[in-house]
Design a binder for this molecule. Structure first.
Ligand SMILES: [Zn+2]
Ligand SMILES: [Zn+2]
Length: 264
């Protein structure tokens, strides 16, 4: 091992149906790649009675016990501390589920705020696919801000995820991300450099080559703000768990940002 051990608090498992590997597979790679602390934050399930239809890309509520047991079993193999968490959307109607079930009964040590959709009545458009609909972007921003103020979460994952679809930096993306940034700062919540976004690669824009996220212009704003920053892999494959967190960390360092090492 020639590089420093680092932390990662954004880790998925095969239970979400779009990742590979069980918690023990992630721990084995993390042992080898140099890990100081590891948090599992698989996409949480939603109770059927809420009528949210994300069944194809989330674990089912009846799999919660299996997830918790898998994380416990994996922790026994780890050379570092392992934490149980979930990555969650924000919507007012989910608050009790998070508090009573995930934090209460399941004993989740933390919740990651990973907003992927905007609520429009019974519809939930996916945020990288809103296709320059400004009204939706501002609605999404309001929803993110309400989530940041809810007191439910430990940090904000991929704050700039929508740039993957929006692609060009403009006055609207700047205004929305500035609002999100200022809210995270005043709530004392770290914003995340997301290694999965880097793994997805870059594309050409009128201002040059950019990752969809972490997006250059946004991270310049972050660097000149006082907000806390966390670097995670958002791994959906065991081999990415530390490698992509390391890339995210290097990204932050390149912007002159000193990331936080832990959320505990
Ligand atoms: Zn995912
Ligand atoms: Zn994630």
């Amino acid at each position: 091992m020639n590089s420093q051990s680092i932390s990662n608090f954004h880790t998925h498992t095969e239970l979400c149906q779009h990742a590979s590997g069980r918690p023990s597979d992630y721990v084995k790679v993390a042992n080898k790649d140099g890990c100081s602390e590891l948090g599992f934050s698989d996409h949480c399930p939603y109770p059927y009675e809420l009528g949210i239809n994300w069944d194809g890309c989330r674990m089912r509520p009846e799999q919660l016990g299996e997830y918790i047991q898998d994380v416990k079993d994996a922790a026994r193999l780890a050379d570092f501390k392992v934490h149980l968490g979930f990555e969650c959307e924000y919507d007012r109607s989910f608050i009790n589920w998070y508090k009573d079930e995930l934090k209460g009964k399941c004993g989740a040590e933390y919740l990651v705020f990973g907003p992927h959709w905007v609520t429009v009545g019974k519809e939930h458009p996916y945020i990288p696919e809103i296709n320059h609909d400004k009204k939706l972007l501002y609605k999404y921003t309001d929803q993110v801000i309400e989530g940041l103020q809810s007191g439910l979460y430990a940090f904000l994952a991929h704050p700039d995820l929508f740039m993957q679809g929006w692609k060009e930096w403009d006055s609207d993306t700047e205004a929305c991300l500035k609002n999100i940034l200022e809210c995270a700062e005043s709530e004392g919540l770290p914003v995340e450099v997301n290694g999965l976004g880097m793994h997805k690669g870059s594309f050409m824009t009128s201002r040059g080559e950019r990752y969809g996220y972490p997006y250059h212009e946004f991270w310049k704003m972050v660097a000149s703000s006082g907000v806390k920053v966390i670097c995670n892999s958002d791994s959906h494959l065991p081999e990415h768990v530390i490698a992509n967190a390391r890339r995210a960390r290097q990204f932050a360092l390149d912007y002159g940002i000193t990331p936080v090492e832990t959320i505990f």
